[in-house]
Design a protein around this ligand. Sequence first.
Ligand code: C2E
Ligand code: CA
Ligand code: CA
Ligand code: CA
Length: 279
Amino acid sequence: AKEMGGNNYQFYTAALNEQLGERLLIEGALRQALERREFVLHYQPQVDIACGRIVGMEALVRWQHPELGMVAPNRFIPLAEETGLIVPLGAWVLRTACAQALAWQRLGQGELRVAVNVSARQMAEQDFVQSVAAALAETGLAPHCLELELTESQVMNDIEQAISVMHELKKLGVKLAIDDFGTGYSSLAHLKRFAIDVLKIDQTFVRDVTENADDAAIVRTIIALASNLKLEVISEGVETRQQLDFLRQHGCQQMQGYYFSRPVPAAEFLAVLAAHDAR
Ligand code: C2E
Ligand code: CA
Ligand code: CA
Ligand code: CA
């Protein structure tokens, strides 16, 4: 058994070294990508169907790899989180999104707000609140035009710490949204203590909302919950007129999804705004 243990030990060391090597490789590649400015933001409009206008947009990062082409965030965000590269990457996303929102506002687009995804690792950084304040100060975007999207799991990871960070962020005047709401495991008791403004209904519930009674019940419940807690509610992943009608009937007025527009490069966003206005 001892010998087996020895072999196992060797095996594990080799595997660990290999893993470490792979991590270093990925970390190097991501760091280089940041230096070479290979990351870009795409923007997806958020529509308020009560007034029929685009009221904001979510910033979604992509990696424009010289050989692989456009890489989706699901393929590199987890790695960026593991390696810690999400911290400088997230700071870049924040500054870029704030600067872009202000640029569009100055073109006469009104109070467009921009939603930015924040990862757990980023939020756990000592100076996270300062970096948000710095992004606002450097770009000049009004704090209430920035919405930070947090997930339930990242908030539940260290509840007390998260609640304290959320309250500091609220003092800055930014808005806070819980992303993918309903897929995590936060309790209603916790929700009450979170300093949030918006519940964002996950697209997995919206997808079959017109055919699946359970999904319909979940979506109706989240909308009612938001209403009772005086929170805004927005649905993501709205792809069809039927989904839109269901959501509208049950009191959700803010929506985001392919029905309105896919996420587009910054250069195409004004055209999306213009086309929407013309509808
Ligand atoms: P998420 O925050 O839940 O973003 C919504 C995802 O759904 C986006 O995928 C978006 O393109 C997609 N989507 C939007 N409308 C529809 C629709 O009508 N139908 C369908 N099927 N999908 C739709 P994307 O851009 O690939 O982003 C995936 C995830 O990557 C995001 O999920 C978010 O968790 C993460 N992510 C993206 N950008 C950032 C970032 O800057 N920082 C961090 N930390 N995470 C990011
Ligand atoms: Ca999001
Ligand atoms: Ca989401
Ligand atoms: Ca999601």
